[in-house]
Write a protein that binds this ligand. Structure first.
Ligand SMILES: NC(=O)c1ccc[n+]([C@@H]2O[C@H](COP(=O)([O-])OP(=O)(O)OC[C@H]3O[C@@H](n4cnc5c(N)ncnc54)[C@H](O)[C@@H]3O)[C@@H](O)[C@H]2O)c1
Ligand SMILES: O=C(O)CC[C@@H](O)C(=O)O
Length: 531
C-alpha cells in the first residue's frame, strides 16, 4: 500500500514530522511554502494531507487544485485561513487543536497588559538609545484595577485567573457565560455597556463572528473610562483600528496591546508609531510549549485519519467509525441542524439541553448525535467548535445535558426532539430523516409542521389572523425576494402561528428590519444552514 503523503507548509515544530513518519506517512516539510500561494497551488495535488498554522491560506482555489487532499490539519485554534465550506464540498476534513495553545495565548494577553501599563517597549527603546527619561514613562498599577474581559471561554478564563492572581477585579461580558461558570471563575458577569464604563483595562477573547466584528468601535470607546487600556490577542477585526488610533491620539485611550490585525501580515497600520501602542506579529500562540503541543496533536490526528480512518477534532465531520457511518450520517446532519436552529435563535446563556431520541434512532450512537446537537447549538457563539470539543465546551459553560431514549411512540419510525432552556425560556424543536436522507423539521414550539432545511431560511412567529400569509407573500414580492419554499403551522385556530420560509439568498438586512417592525409579526429571525 502506498503511504499517504503529507505537506507541512507552515512553521510547525519538527516533532510533527517525526510523528508523521513514525505513523506511516511520507512527509514534506516546507515551512515557508504556504506563504507563496502560487507555489502551493502548483504542488498541492500531490498530497493527501496538509498541515498548517496561520500563514498558509487554504482558499477555494487551492482546494479545487487539491485533487488528492483528504485532510487539512490546523496546528492551533482559528481556522479562518481555511475555506471550510469549500473543503466540505470536496469531502476534505478540516481538523484543529482546540486547547493546545490556550495557556500561552492567555499569558501573551497578560504580558501585553503589563507592557502597556508600564510602557516597557518605549522605555526600553529610549533607555537603549542612551536617554534616561525617568519622568516620561510614568505607569499605572494593576492591583485593585478592573479588568473587563470580552469573551470568557478557554483563553478568557485563564486570563481571568492570572489577573486575579495580580489582585485585579475581573468583570466579563459574554452572553453565553452562565452564572454558575462566572461564579466558579470568581468573575462578575456584566452587560457590555457596564463593562465599558467600569473597566480600567479591556481584553478581548472572542472569535471573529458577525456579532463580534467591530465590537470595539468609536461608539464603544466613547462609553469607556478616560485613560482605559485595551488588549487584543484574539482576532483582528474585533477592533476598528482607525477608531482606536483616533482615541489614542486624543488621549481617551491611554494604551493598547495589539497582537492581531485587520489585515495580516500587518506591515503597515494606522496604529504603528502611536504613543503606548505595543504591537506583536500574531505571537499569541508562539511559545515552544504551545507549538510543541499543537504540532504533536495535529500530526497524531492527521496520521490517525490517513492511516486508520479515525476522526477527531474535525470541524466539518463527526467522529464516527467506518461501520456505522452510512446509517448514522443523515441523523448526525439532522441533530446538528436542530441544534443550529435553536443556537441561531438563542442569544443568552443556555442552562439545560434535553434531547429525546424516539424510535430506532434511540438505538444508534446517540453520543455522536448529542455531540452534533451541541456543535450545532454552540456554533453561532464559537465558530470553531466541533463535535469533539462541543461537549467539553458545553460542560465548561455549565450547560446540563440530558438524554432520553424512548421506544417508538408516534407515527415516525425515529425522531429527535431537543428542548433548550435559558434563564427565561425553553425552546423546543423536533425533526426526522425521510427516506431521501434529508433532515425535516416536524415540530417547532410544539407546533406540527413539515419543513425541509435549506441554506437560507427565515423563521417568523405571529398570531393566527386572516390574511397574514398573503401580507407576508406580498412583502416578499415587493422586495423582489424569491421564495423557494413556504412552510406553515399553528397550534390552534386563532392561536400562535409560525412560518419557515426558504429563500434563494440570505435575507437582506433592510427587509428583515421591515418584517421585525411589522405590527402583525411577533418575531422574524434569519437562519443559515450549512450542509
Ligand atoms: N493571538 C493568537 O495567536 C491566538 C491564539 C489562540 C487563539 N486565538 C483566538 O482567541 C480567541 C478566543 O479563543 P478561545 O480558545 O478562548 O475560544 P473559546 O471558544 O473557548 O471562547 C470564546 C468565547 O467568546 C464568547 N463569545 C462568543 N460570541 C461573543 C460575543 N458576541 N460577545 C462576547 N463573547 C462572545 C463565547 O461564548 C466563548 O466563551 C479566538 O478568536 C481564537 O481564534 C488567538
Ligand atoms: O499559529 C499561530 O501562530 C496562531 C494561532 C492562533 O491564532 C490560533 O487561532 O490558534
Amino acid at each position: 500500500m502506498t503511504k499517504p503523503k503529507v505537506l507541512v507548509s507552515d512553521k510547525l515544530s519538527e516533532t510533527a514530522v517525526n510523528i508523521f513518519r513514525d505513523n506511516g506517512c511520507d512527509v514534506d516539510f516546507q515551512p515557508d511554502l504556504g506563504k507563496d500561494k502560487d507555489a502551493l497551488l502548483a504542488v498541492i495535488d500531490q498530497y493527501d494531507g496538509l498541515a498548517i498554522r496561520s500563514a498558509t491560506r487554504v482558499t477555494e482555489k487551492i482546494i479545487d487544485a487539491a485533487t488528492n487532499l483528504k485532510v487539512i490539519g490546523r496546528a492551533g485554534i482559528g481556522v479562518d485561513n481555511v475555506d471550510i465550506k469549500a473543503a466540505s464540498r470536496r469531502g476534505i476534513i478540516v481538523m484543529n487543536t482546540p486547547f493546545g495553545n490556550s495557556i500561552t495565548t492567555a499569558e501573551h494577553a497578560i504580558s501585553m497588559m503589563m507592557a502597556v501599563a508600564r510602557q516597557i517597549p518605549s522605555a526600553d527603546a529610549s533607555t537603549q538609545a542612551g536617554k534616561w527619561e525617568k519622568s516620561k514613562f510614568m505607569g499605572v498599577e494593576l492591583t485593585g484595577k478592573t479588568l473587563g474581559l470580552i469573551g470568557a471561554g478557554n483563553i478568557g478564563s485563564i486570563v481571568a485567573d492570572r489577573a486575579q492572581g495580580m489582585k485585579m477585579r475581573v468583570v466579563a461580558f459574554d452572553p453565553y457565560l452562565t452564572d454558575e461558570k462566572a461564579e466558579r471563575l470568581g468573575i462578575e458577569k456584566v452587560e457590555m455597556d457596564e463593562l465599558l464604563a467600569r473597566a480600567d483595562f479591556i481584553t478581548l477573547h472572542t472569535p471573529l463572528t458577525d456579532k463580534t466584528k467591530n465590537i470595539i468601535d468609536a461608539a464603544a470607546i466613547a462609553k469607556m473610562k478616560d485613560g482605559v487600556r485595551i488588549v487584543n490577542c484574539a482576532r483582528g477585526g474585533l477592533i476598528v483600528e482607525a477608531d482606536l488610533a483616533e482615541a489614542i491620539k486624543s488621549g481617551k485611550v491611554a494604551g493598547a496591546g495589539i497582537d492581531v490585525f485587520e489585515v495580516e501580515p500587518a506591515t503597515d497600520s494606522v496604529l504603528f508609531g502611536l504613543p503606548n501602542v505595543v504591537c506583536t506579529p500574531h505571537l499569541g500562540a508562539a511559545t515552544t510549549e504551545a507549538q510543541e503541543n499543537v504540532a504533536v496533536q495535529v500530526a497524531e490526528q492527521m496520521a490517525a485519519y490517513l492511516t486508520r480512518g479515525a476522526v477527531s477534532n474535525a470541524l466539518n465531520m463527526p467522529s464516527i467509525t467506518a461501520e456505522e457511518a452510512p446509517r448514522l450520517t443523515p441523523f448526525v446532519k439532522l441533530a446538528e441542524t436542530l441544534g443550529s436552529f435553536v443556537g441561531q435563535v438563542t442569544e443568552s446563556a443556555i442552562k439545560d439541553v434535553q434531547i429525546l431520541y424516539d424510535g430506532h434512532v434511540s438505538e444508534m450512537n446517540t453520543k455522536a448525535l448529542s455531540s452534533a446537537v451541541l456543535a450545532g447549538l454552540l456554533r453561532p457563539q464559537m465558530a470553531d467548535v466541533n463535535m469533539v470539543s462541543a461537549p467539553v465546551m458545553a460542560s465548561e459553560r455549565g450547560i446540563r445535558l440530558m438524554e432520553i431514549n424512548r421506544a417508538k411512540s408516534g407515527v415516525f419510525d425515529g425522531y429527535i426532539r431537543i428542548d433548550v432552556t435559558t434563564a427565561t425560556t425553553t425552546r423546543s424543536i423536533a425533526g426526522t430523516v425521510f427516506s431521501d436522507g434529508k433532515p425535516r423539521f416536524i415540530q417547532i414550539k410544539g407546533i406540527n409542521m413539515e419543513a425541509e432545511a435549506g441554506p437560507h431560511m427565515l423563521y417568523t412567529t405571529n398570531g393566527d389572523t386572516p390574511g397574514i400569509i398573503g401580507k407576508l407573500g406580498t412583502m416578499f414580492g415587493e422586495a423582489g425576494i424569491n421564495i423557494a419554499n413556504f412552510y406553515l403551522g399553528r397550534n390552534k385556530p386563532g392561536g400562535d402561528a409560525i412560518a419557515l420560509v426558504e429563500l434563494d439568498a440570505p435575507v437582506p438586512d433592510d427587509f428583515l428590519e421591515k418584517l421585525q417592525g411589522h405590527p402583525d409579526i411577533t418575531s422574524a429571525k434569519p437562519l443559515e444552514f450549512t450542509f
